[in-house]
Design a protein around this ligand. Structure first.
Ligand SMILES: Cc1cc2nc3c(=O)[nH]c(=O)nc-3n(C[C@H](O)[C@H](O)[C@H](O)COP(=O)(O)OP(=O)(O)OC[C@H]3O[C@@H](n4cnc5c(N)ncnc54)[C@H](O)[C@@H]3O)c2cc1C
Length: 445
C-alpha cells in the first residue's frame, strides 16, 4: 500500500482552511512562505514541530556566553535578504579568517596550502606528490566514490598528506571511499578547481590572498531569536499564520484537498510544501517508508579560555589525522571577550549517548594541547547535540531520497530544502535559491 485511502479526519470543530501549509520554519520554510505570499497566496500556515524559528540555526547560552550549534556565517549579498531585508541591520559585521590544522601540526591555509603542503615539504615529498598525481591520471581508474574523485585530481599521496581524506571522513561521518560519487561531483568541485595548474600558479604568485568581496556577518550577540523574530513579524504582517511547537498528527488527502490534524484542530489545505525531514513527512502522510536515510548527528562543545592561543584565525578546520573534532569557531573574535575570557565552539561528528561529550572533550583537550593550540585555562561551559545536521550520502542514499520525494510528489506534497530534499545545502543562500527554483520564483540572487 503506498497511499492512504481517501479518508477524512472527523472533527466536530470548525475546519480552518489555508491555501498552502508550509511544514518547517527553517530558512527553506521561511523563504517558501514569503514566496507564496508574494505569488498571491493569501492564506498560508507556517508550522513547525519545534519551538524555534530558523531550523538548524540554533544557539546555546550560559554564563554570559552565547555559542552557535555548528558554525554559522552569513553574507550581506545573500538572496535571503531580498525576502527579509530587516535581518541585515541585526547581523554583526565580521572579518573572519579561515585556516586548517594540517597533519604536520601546522595551522595553515584552508583548504590547501601550496607553500606549506607542497613546496615547503622538500624535494622528496614534491617528487612523491607528482609521481602519485601522474599515476592517478595515467591509470585513471573508474571513479566510484569521493576518494577516487579526490585522488584523481590531487593524487593519493597529497590527498592523504594534506589531511583532506581525514577531514572528509570527519565531515561526512564515513570514510571517503564510502561516499557516493554523485555527491563528490556535486559538492567537491572545489577540489578539481584548486587542483588546476593555473590555480596553483596564481596562488604561488599572489602576494595577498583575495578574500571574499562581500561583507561577512554573524548572528546578533544574544542569539538567533531576535534575528528570526523580525522574519516572523514580516510574514505575520503579510497574513501568514505561524504555529511553532505544533503537534502534527497526520495528513490525509480528500480529493484535491489535504486535511491535517494540527494541535488537535482540523486544518484543510490546497497545497503542502514540506521542508522537514523526508522520513517524517512520509510518516505523516501515511506512506510506506523506504530505506532509512542516514543523517549526521553533530555534537557541539562550548569552551571558554584564558591564556595564549596558538593561532590568530577565527575558524580552524581539523585536517590532521587525529582527533574527532571537525571545526572550531572563536565567537569572542566576533563579539568580544566575556569576563576577559575568549570563547569558542567545537563541532564533533558522532551519534552518541551522554558519554560522547565527555569523551569528545577529553580527546579535544589532548589533541589541541599536543598541537600547541590552547595554552592556559580551558573550561568546558556545556555541549549540545543536533540531530539531522546533514545527510550522509552513501549506499545510494541520494537515489533513495529522490524516490521518497517522488512518492511524496505523487501524493501531492512538494518536498525540498536541507531536510525535505535530503540536500546538503551549505548556506542560507543555497536554501533560498533552491526554494525559489522549487516554487518557480524568478531567482533574486
Ligand atoms: C553545522 C551547520 C553549519 C552551517 N553553517 C552555515 C553557515 O555558516 N552559513 C549559512 O548560511 N548556512 C550554514 N548552514 C546551512 C544552513 O543552515 C542551511 O542551508 C539551512 O539551515 C537549511 O534550511 P532548511 O530550512 O532547509 O533546513 P533546516 O534548518 O535543517 O530545518 C528544516 C526544518 O525541519 C524541522 N525538523 C528538523 N527535524 C525534524 C523532525 N524530526 N520532525 C519534524 N521537523 C523537523 C526543523 O524544525 C526545521 O523547521 C549550516 C548548517 C549546519 C547544520
Amino acid at each position: 500500500m503506498e497511499e492512504h485511502p481517501h479518508n477524512t479526519l472527523e472533527y466536530s470543530d470548525k475546519v480552518e482552511y489555508f491555501d498552502a501549509v508550509v511544514l518547517g520554519a527553517g530558512i527553506s520554510g521561511l523563504v517558501s512562505a514569503a514566496i507564496l505570499s508574494g505569488q498571491g497566496c493569501s492564506r498560508i500556515l507556517l508550522v513547525d514541530e519545534y519551538k524555534n524559528v530558523g531550523g538548524n540555526h540554533l544557539d546555546w547560552s550560559s554564563n554570559g556566553y552565547t555559542f552557535d550549534i555548528g558554525s554559522l556565517i552569513f553574507q550581506d549579498d545573500s538572496p535571503l535578504l531580498a525576502y527579509f531585508p530587516e535581518l541585515l541591520p541585526l547581523y554583526v559585521p565580521i572579518k573572519p579568517e579561515w585556516a586548517r590544522l594540517n597533519p604536520q601540526g601546522k595551522i595553515t591555509a584552508y583548504p590547501i596550502s601550496v607553500r606549506d603542503d607542497i613546496i615547503g615539504a622538500g624535494p622528496i615529498v614534491i617528487a612523491r606528490i607528482f609521481a602519485s598525481l601522474i599515476a592517478a591520471r595515467v591509470l585513471k581508474r573508474q571513479t566510484r566514490n569521493a576518494q577516487d574523485f579526490v585522488r584523481f585530481w590531487i593524487g593519493g599521496y597529497l590527498s592523504k598528506r594534506s589531511g583532506l581524506e581525514s577531514y572528509m571522513r570527519r565531515f561526512y561521518g564515513v570514510s571517503a571511499d564510502e561516499i557516493d560519487i554523485e555527491l563528490a561531483k556535486k559538492r567537491m568541485m572545489w577540489v578539481s578547481e584548486h587542483a588546476r595548474i593555473r590555480t596553483w600558479v596564481t596562488k604561488l604568485t599572489e602576494r595577498k590572498k583575495g578574500g571574499p568581496t562581500n561583507q561577512q556577518l554573524a548572528r546578533p550577540r544574544d542569539g538567533f531569536a531576535a534575528l528570526y523574530a523580525v522574519a516572523v513579524d514580516r510574514l505575520s504582517n503579510q497574513g501568514v499564520k505561524v504555529s511553532l511547537g505544533a503537534q502534527i498528527k497526520r495528513i490525509v488527502k480528500n480529493g484535491h484537498q489535504f486535511q491535517m490534524d494540527v494541535n488537535g484542530g482540523m486544518i484543510a489545505a490546497g497545497r503542502i510544501i514540506s521542508t522537514i525531514p523526508i522520513e517524517r513527512s512520509v510518516e505523516l502522510c501515511g506512506l510506506e517508508a523506504g530505506p532509512h536515510l542516514s543523517t549526521i548527528t553533530l555534537t557541539s562543545l562550548f569552551f571558554s579560555f584564558s591564556g595564549n592561543r596558538g593561532f590568530s584565525q577565527s575558524v580552524i578546520y581539523n585536517f590532521s589525522h587525529k582527533g574527532d573534532w571537525k571545526r572550531l569557531t572563536m565567537y569572542s573574535d566576533f563579539y568580544g571577550k566575556v569576563d576577559d575570557r575568549e570563547y569558542f565552539g567545537v563541532e564533533v561528528i558522532g551519534s552518541g549517548p551522554d558519554g560522547l561529550a565527555v569523551n569528545a572533550e577529553g580527546a579535544f583537550r589532548q589533541h589541541t594541547q599536543s598541537n600547541g593550540m590552547f595554552d592556559g585555562d580551558l573550561r568546558l561551559e556545556g555541549s549540545r547535540t543536533l540531530d539531522h545536521a546533514y545527510p550522509i550520502y552513501r549506499r545510494n542514499a541520494a537515489k533513495h531520497a529522490a524516490e521518497a520525494i517522488e512518492k511524496l510528489r505523487r501524493f501531492g506534497v512538494e518536498s525540498f530544502g536541507r531536510q525535505g530534499g535530503f540536500n546538503y545545502q551549505p548556506t542560507a543562500r543555497s536554501s533560498t535559491v533552491e526554494a525559489e527554483i522549487a516554487l518557480q520564483q524568478p531567482t533574486s540572487a
